[in-house]
Design a protein around this ligand. Sequence first.
Ligand code: FES
Length: 87
Amino acid sequence: MEKIQVKVCLGTTCFVMGSSNLQELMELVPAKYGDKVEVSGSPCLSKCNIDWEYSRAPYVTVNNEVVFEATVEKVMREIEKQLSYAK
Ligand code: FES
């Protein structure tokens, strides 16, 4: 099974909108999912430059899914959803 790739946006807009609260994912995800899921920081994911989405930062991607107004809980839920598809 290919690893699920989680990318936490570390760009300025997302940082200002609270992506630093998502740092917890860096420890939580490997502890919970081991090598099934890989989490990393990313430069701007180019989601913040779409006007209507501006206020929906911070962004995280879980494979091809975009989690907007991301919180640790929302990202963990998306990971669970994708892991259940992979079974
Ligand atoms: S700064 Fe996060 S999508 Fe641009």
